[in-house]
Ligand binder design. Structure first.
Ligand SMILES: Nc1ncnc2c1ncn2[C@@H]1O[C@H](COP(=O)(O)OP(=O)(O)O)[C@@H](O)[C@H]1O
Ligand SMILES: Cc1ncc(COP(=O)(O)OP(=O)(O)O)c(N)n1
Length: 499
C-alpha cells in the first residue's frame, strides 16, 4: 500500500543507539513518530553514552546487521531510509550493499562522525567509504565539521564558506546537501538546501539552551519523514525537499524551545520531541462510546439508588401510592414533557447528521403523542389548565433550557439523556410488579415498552458516540450536564410526596 493510501510514511532508521534516548536510533524513532511517520529501526552499533558523552561502542557482527536489514525489506515497503551512525568501514559497506539491492525511494544520510561531545562515532578509515556511500543517497545532512571532512577542506567559520563547501560536495557527488549552521558562532542558526547550482536558505535564531543533544539525528529523521509523506510516487522534487525541510525545521525549533522542560541528565540534555504534539493534542486517550456509557452510568449510581428508595417509586411499584400523589405527578410530568419535547426539537435542529436529526425529531413527537395520551387517560379534562409547574419542574426545565441556550449540541443531548435512561431503568425494574389489577399498570407498561427501550438505546448510543469523539473539556461539560439532569430526575420522583 502506498503512502498516498494511508498518509503514513514507513521510515527506516539505520543508526546507533543512545540509551538516554536523546540521540541515535531512539531520537530517530521519536522524531519519525512526532512528524507523522511509522518508525522502524535497524541498529548498527550499541553505544554506551549519556548526556555527558560516549563511554564505549560495541559493533555487532555485520552479518547480523545484514540480517536485520533484509528482515525489514523482505516484508515491509520502505518509503524512506534515514542513515545515522555507521561506526566503521564494514558497517558502511554492508549498508551500501543493502541499499544497492533494495533501492529505497528516499535515502537521507546524517554523516555522523564526531558527536558534539567530541567522541568519534565513525572510524577515520571509514570516511572514504562514507563518501562512496553518497552515490546511493538523495540528501546528506552534515554539520559544519562533517561538511569540512566531506569536502576535504578546513572547518568553515562563516556561513558563506559553509555554502561553498556544500555546493562543492553536491557537485562532486551528485547529491543534495542540507548544510546546517548550528556549529557556527553567533545568534543565527541558518540551514540551506544546496545542489550544484542552487541554494535555498532556511533562516533560524539560536535558542539559548544547553539541551541540544541529538538535534542532527532528529532533524534528518524528520526531513526523511516529511519528504516521504509528500511524495507518494516517483522521486521528490527539489520543491518537495524544500517544503519537507521547512516543516521539519519548524518542528525542530519548537522541540528545542521546550528542551528545558525535560529534566533528562545533567549534561547536554535531549530536545523535547513531543512538546508541540502534547501541547496541542494532549496525552489522554479517547474512550469508546461503551466506556463513556459505563462511566456515566456508574457516576450516577448514588442518584439511581436514592431514586429507587424514594417512597414515590416504591409506592408506584407495590401500588400503595395515593392516587392524588400520582395525578399530581402526572400533571407536572405533562408540563415537563411539553417543554422537554421542545428541547428534543432543538437537539434535532442542532444535530450534525440526518440520522440524529431524525431521531431527536421523532423523540420530540413521541414525547408529545405517547406521553400526553397517557396523561389524558389519567387526568380529567380541564385539570391541567389550572396546574402550574412546581419548583422542582421549573428547576429541571431551566437546566435543560440552559443546556441548549448556547446551541451546544453535545451538552444539550447529554442533558436530555437521563429522561430516557433513568425512566427506562426504573420502568424495567417496576414492570414485573405489574398485574391486571395493579392501579398503575398502564404507566408501568409504557415505560417497560420495547419501543421505548429501543429509543433509549439509540439515545445512549448517539450521546456517548458524540462524547467519545469530543475533546476532553467538552466531554467533561457533557458529563456534568448528564449528572445534573439525573439529579433533577430523582427530585422529580421525590416531589409528589415531599408535601
Ligand atoms: N541552539 C539552537 N537553537 C536553534 N536551532 C538549533 C540550535 N542548535 C542546533 N539547532 C538546529 O539544529 C539542527 C542541527 O544542528 P547542528 O548543530 O548544526 O547539527 P548536529 O546536531 O548534527 O551537530 C540545525 O537545523 C540547527 O539549525
Ligand atoms: C548513536 C548516536 N548517533 C548520533 C549521535 C550524534 O547525534 P547528533 O544528532 O549529531 O547530536 P549531537 O552530537 O549534537 O548530540 C550520537 N550522540 N549517538
Amino acid at each position: 500500500m502506498s503512502v498516498a493510501a494511508t498518509g503514513i510514511a514507513r521510515v527506516l532508521s539505520i543508526a546507533g543507539t543512545d540509551p538516554t534516548g536523546g540521540a541515535g536510533i531512539q531520537a530517530d524513532l521519536k522524531s519519525i513518530a512526532a512528524t507523522g511517520g511509522y518508525g522502524m529501526a535497524v541498529v548498527t552499533a550499541l553505544v554506551a553514552q549519556n548526556t555527558h558523552g560516549v563511554r564505549s561502542v560495541h559493533v555487532p557482527p555485520v552479518a547480523f546487521l545484514a540480517e536485520q536489514l533484509h528482515a525489514v525489506s523482505d516484508d515491509v515497503r520502505i518509503d524512506a531510509v534515514k542513515i545515522g551512525m555507521l561506526a566503521d568501514v564494514h558497517v558502511t559497506r554492508t549498508v551500501r550493499d543493502w541499499l544497492t539491492q533494495v533501492n529505497p525511494p528516499i535515502v537521507v544520510l546524517d554523516p555522523v562522525m564526531v558527536a558534539t561531545s567530541g567522541d568519534r562515532l565513525l572510524t577515520q578509515d571509514a570516511e572514504q567509504a562514507l563518501r562512496e556511500l553518497l552515490q546511493q543517497v538523495h540528501l546528506v545532512t552534515p554539520n559544519v565539521p562533517e561538511l569540512a571532512i566531506l569536502a576535504g577542506a578546513p572547518v568553515a567559520t562563516t556561513w558563506a564558506e559553509v555554502l561553498r563547501q556544500a555546493q562543492q560536495v553536491a557537485g562532486e557527488h551528485g547529491v543534495l546537501v542540507l548544510a546546517k549552521g548550528g556549529h557556527l558562532a553567533g545568534s543565527l542558526v541558518p540551514d540551506a538546501l544546496v545542489d550544484a547550482y542552487t541554494v535555498r536558505e532556511f533562516p533560524g535564531m539560536r535558542i539559548d539552551t544547553p539541551n541540544t543533544h541529538g538535534t542532527g539525528c532528529s532533524f534528518s529523521s524528520a526531513v526523511a519523514t516529511r519528504v516521504a509523506a509528500r511524495t507518494s510516487t516517483g522521486a521528490p522534487s527539489l520543491a518537495d525537499w524544500a517544503d519537507a525541510i521547512a516543516e521539519a525545521k519548524l518542528w525542530l525549533t519548537e522541540s528545542i524551545t521546550h528542551a528545558d522542560d525535560l529534566a533528562v541528565g545533567s549534561g547536554h540534555g535531549p530536545i523535547h520531541h513531543f512538546a508541540g504534539l502534547w501541547q496541542r493534542g494532549g496525552v489522554s486517550t479517547r474512550p469508546t462510546p461503551a466506556r463513556v456509557a459505563e462511566r456515566w452510568w456508574e457516576e450516577i449510581r448514588d442518584i439511581r439508588t436514592a431514586t429507587d428508595d424514594l417512597p414515590f417509586v416504591r409506592g408506584l411499584g407495590d401500588g400503595s401510592l395515593p392516587r392524588e400523589a400520582f395525578v399530581w405527578y402526572l400533571a407536572q410530568d405533562a408540563l415537563y414533557l411539553s417543554e422537554y419535547s421542545r428541547m428534543l426539537a432543538l437537539a434535532s435542529r442542532l444535530a450534525p447528521s440526518a440520522a440524529e436529526q431524525t431521531f431527536w425529531a421523532a423523540s420530540a413527537q413521541g414525547a408529545i403523542d405517547t406521553e400526553l395520551e397517557l396523561h389524558t387517560s389519567w387526568i380529567a379534562d380541564g385539570v391541567l389548565a389550572g396546574v402550574l409547574p412546581s419548583g422542582t419542574t421549573t428547576a429541571y426545565l431551566n437546566h435543560l433550557v440552559a443546556a441548549g441556550a448556547g446551541g451546544d449540541y453535545p451538552v444539550l443531548i447529554a442533558a436530555l439523556l437521563p429522561c430516557f435512561w433513568m425512566y427506562q431503568d426504573v420502568g424495567t425494574r417496576l414492570h414485573p410488579l405489574s398485574h391486571d389489577a395493579h392501579p398503575y399498570r398502564s404507566w408501568l407498561d409504557t415505560y417497560a415498552d420495547e419501543a421505548f427501550a429501543a429509543a433509549t438505546d439509540r439515545a445512549i448510543k448517539i450521546v456517548t458516540t458524540v462524547a467519545a469523539a469530543a475533546d476532553e473539556p467538552t466531554r467533561d461539560r457533557m458529563a456534568r450536564a448528564f449528572r445534573a439532569s439525573a439529579g433533577h430526575e430523582r427530585e422529580f420522583f421525590a416531589a409528589p410526596l415531599r408535601g
